[in-house]
Design a protein around this ligand. Structure first.
Ligand SMILES: Nc1ncnc2c1ncn2[C@@H]1O[C@H](COP(=O)(O)OP(=O)(O)OP(=O)(O)O)[C@@H](O)[C@H]1O
Length: 353
């Protein structure tokens, strides 16, 4: 009988802690994301190269007195794509219309949005890689020729009337740049890739968010939080809120490093930002499979999770942080994983890394 997570008592309350380190927004988090969004490039923390490029790009458009070219923002969830698009509109002093690939079901939905845009307006399309095909084709023409063809009538008598659109700027955001068809990708004049944030920048971000939320957080506490934030602003802000709750309940007026450690221990987030599922995965590879290699399905069965969850929720961070390696024969635990678990790798395993 496999030693699964359920068998180890991985219950709903513990699953809750899984979601704390997820980079995806949860429940009503869009609302709490809003209050922490910086609204200028100067207050947007980190990504220095991207900010410098973006500033030049926007300044040039403003000096030329035209709407900037279309912008593609690519990168993992929670790194600030939506925030940057709001900043672009704010810096240009123009309104922004927000939609997303999954919200547009028919080409007509997109036609009605683009045909109601004002001159210079920003159209933000989140998850642009999920637009339906017909909408994508309509978008090609709208982006390139600022035109939309409106179909009148049905069947053989149908005809299309071209409607000229004002110049506007599309900002597309995607977590899956590779899924964008190349004709769509080619229509963006500027593509920005967002990277995971180093801890030094997450610290600044946490101190800024603490200020906005009216919490006193000392620098050591900000550092401890940044270590556990998986390089992701959304995770940093979420952990900060959970630590704030802990501080309120414990009657603290200032959050210090001990409060961060104690609060996050309660949520089963360790010093490297690994949660219970990450640890279960590493434990399974080291203890049950002698360090690997082990196939994804076996591994997922061992921890009692869907393969997809293991692959998309745990692995990217474990691989990025050097705890786990993917090889053609399966997943292997690295030396860092063994030492993080306080285990000694067997001799025949050390040759694998
Ligand atoms: N560079 C930054 N400086 C300050 N706060 C940031 C930064 N990047 C992101 N944030 C904050 O992190 C949260 C998540 O950011 P945002 O919604 O922009 O991410 P996203 O990349 O659009 O995520 P998704 O792909 O899930 O839509 C927001 O509260 C935002 O204010």
């Amino acid at each position: 009988m496999p030693d699964t997570l359920q068998a180890q008592g991985f219950n709903d309350a513990q699953e809750e802690s899984l979601r704390i380190i997820s980079a995806e927004p949860q429940n009503n988090e869009q609302i709490s994301d809003e209050e922490l969004r910086p609204d200028t490039l100067d207050t947007f923390i980190g990504q220095p190269q991207l900010k410098a490029q973006m500033k030049l790009f926007l300044d040039a458009a403003q000096l030329r007195g035209v709407a900037p070219d279309h912008i593609l923002l690519a990168g993992p969830p929670g790194l600030g794509k939506t925030t940057l698009s709001m900043i672009v509109a704010h810096e240009l002093g123009v309104p922004i219309r927000v939609t997303s690939g999954p919200a547009i079901q028919h080409a007509g939905d997109l036609a009605s949005i683009v045909s109601s845009l004002e001159e210079g307006e920003v159209l933000f399309i989140d998850e642009i890689h999920r637009l339906p095909r017909a909408a994508e084709e309509l978008l090609y023409i709208a982006m390139e020729d600022f035109r939309v063809d409106v179909m009148v009538g049905k069947g053989p008598g149908a005809s299309s009337i071209p409607l000229t659109l004002p110049r506007f700027t599309v900002i597309g955001a995607t977590t899956r740049e590779g899924m964008l068809p190349s004709p769509l990708r080619a229509r963006f004049g500027f593509t920005a890739h967002l990277d995971y944030y180093p801890t030094s920048e997450l610290e600044k971000l946490i101190l800024r968010s603490a200020d906005v939320l009216g919490i006193h957080v000392d620098t050591e506490a900000a550092y401890e939080l940044s270590l556990r934030s998986r390089g992701t602003p959304r995770v940093a802000n979420r952990l900060l809120r959970r630590v704030r709750d802990w501080a309120i309940v414990h009657g603290l007026t200032e959050v210090n490093a001990d409060a961060v450690r104690d609060a996050l221990e309660l949520y089963q987030i360790d010093s490297e930002g690994l949660d219970r599922l990450d640890i279960a995965v590493l434990n399974a590879i080291c203890r049950q499979f002698n360090g690997g290699p082990v196939g994804l399905n076996n591994l997922a069965a061992m921890v009692g999770e869907e393969s997809e969850t293991v692959e998309t929720v745990c692995e990217p961070y474990l691989v990025r942080e050097g705890f786990l390696a993917r090889t053609p024969r399966g997943r292997i635990a690295t030396g860092k994983a063994w030492s993080h678990l306080g285990l000694t790798p067997p001799n025949d395993v050390t040759s694998l890394f």
